[in-house]
Design a protein around this ligand. Structure first.
Ligand code: PMP
Length: 358
């Protein structure tokens, strides 16, 4: 800390990202990356942009990407006017805090959730109330109803992170419908691994903003592309903030690569299916070893072993060259969050656990 820091920065607890180790050959199951790599068409399209054209600024609206996203959701009435894109969904979420959730009233999000939300609350001076999840780690819809304009808005991931638990679409709709005065942001970073997106509700609810990422199901975490879909008025607010911040959200290789990734539906469906199949196998193996695994609709599982300390297990696995995520906050410090890798990587993890739990 320094006397030159602003009060906001002095009080800020920055987000701690998962480890990106420098050592090669680790079995990396800690940051929910996709094990299968992006669509080859995305890689080619992006590579074509790396050359002389880098001399030129990119399209300021990332228009080809917005159009591709809108085309994919045309059946739900989405046009490019209802699409916002940003540098990873983290940036999209940051702009949503700034542009749509800041009303001088506390916003609501679950007590166990994506840990960027408290950070953005601090950065943008948005008060928040963390609403406890139920004992089984599910979100209780009723807790988010009946607040009128006493709250500044609502944000939650669906499926939730780091639990992986899915809120059924009908419950998401109850929350959106029950808060017509405020924006409800549904962060669908993991929705493609087994949930129903709220995008089809956007036409009916002008207060709904759905945020998605290309980092997980499209395997482009390194490219940093995320987007939001919502009523054009919400998108305009995000564009205002973006244009006051950095009017070029995406670079040329990212626009080209992300557009091709969105258009490669076949590769997307195939790789999501593979991740889901591996998840079901991993859940069965973990349960055979005595783990309790929360029902997951994501590309990770959240599991605890009644007889083994999670921090110790994580450290032991690290010694074997296998990285999983362990969180230290009280209610979840006996859980491990394990990203779904290839069947081979999951097999290496299960074999190591068998050795250590024997
Ligand atoms: N939302 C949730 C719930 C996440 O877990 C993540 C990944 N850390 C993100 C958003 C951000 O993803 P990205 O910035 O890579 O799009």
């Amino acid at each position: 800390m320094s006397k030159f820091w602003s009060p906001i920065v002095s009080r800020l607890t920055p987000y701690t990202p998962g480890e990106q180790p420098k050592i090669a050959n680790l079995v990396k199951l800690n940051t929910n990356e996709n094990p299968y790599g992006p669509s080859p068409r995305a890689v080619e399209a992006s590579a074509r942009e790396v050359g002389d054209s880098l001399r030129l600024y990119p399209n300021p609206d990332a228009e080809p990407l917005k159009l591709a996203i809108a085309r994919r959701h045309a059946a739900d009435g989405i046009t490019a006017r209802e699409v916002f894109v940003g540098n990873g969904s983290d940036e999209v979420l940051a702009h949503a805090f700034h542009a749509l959730l800041q009303h001088g009233k506390p916003i609501l999000f679950p007590d166990i959730t994506y840990s960027f939300y408290p950070t953005y609350s601090g950065l943008y001076q948005v008060e928040y109330r963390a609403v406890p999840l139920a004992d089984d780690f599910t979100l209780r819809t009723d807790d988010y109803l009946g607040h009128g304009d006493a709250i500044g808005g609502i944000i939650f991931p669906n499926p939730n992170a780091p639990t992986g638990c899915l809120l059924p679409l009908a419950e998401v709709e109850r929350i959106v419908q029950g808060n017509p005065q405020r924006v409800v942001v549904v962060d669908e970073a993991y929705i493609d691994f087994g949930g129903d997106s709220a995008i089809p509700l956007v036409q009916r609810y002008p207060n709904l903003l759905v945020v998605q990422t290309l980092s997980k199901s499209r395997s482009l975490a390194g490219m940093r592309v995320g987007f939001a879909i919502g009523h054009a008025d919400l998108i305009d607010a995000l564009e205002r903030v973006k244009n006051s911040f950095n009017s070029y959200p995406l670079d040329r290789p990212a626009i080209a690569g992300a557009t091709a990734a969105i258009e490669d539906e076949e590769y997307f469906r195939k790789t999501c299916g593979m991740v889901i199949a591996s998840r079901e196998k991993l859940v069965a193996s973990l349960e055979r070893l005595g783990f309790e695994v929360l029902p997951s609709a994501a590309n990770f599982v959240f599991a605890r072993h009644p007889q083994h300390d999670a921090a110790k297990l994580a450290a032991t696995l690290r010694g074997d060259g296998i990285i999983v995520r362990h969180f230290t906050s009280a209610r979840i410090n006996q859980f491990l969050r394990i990203t779904i890798g290839t069947d081979e990587a999951c097999g290496t993890l299960v074999d190591a656990l068998k050795r250590h739990l024997a």
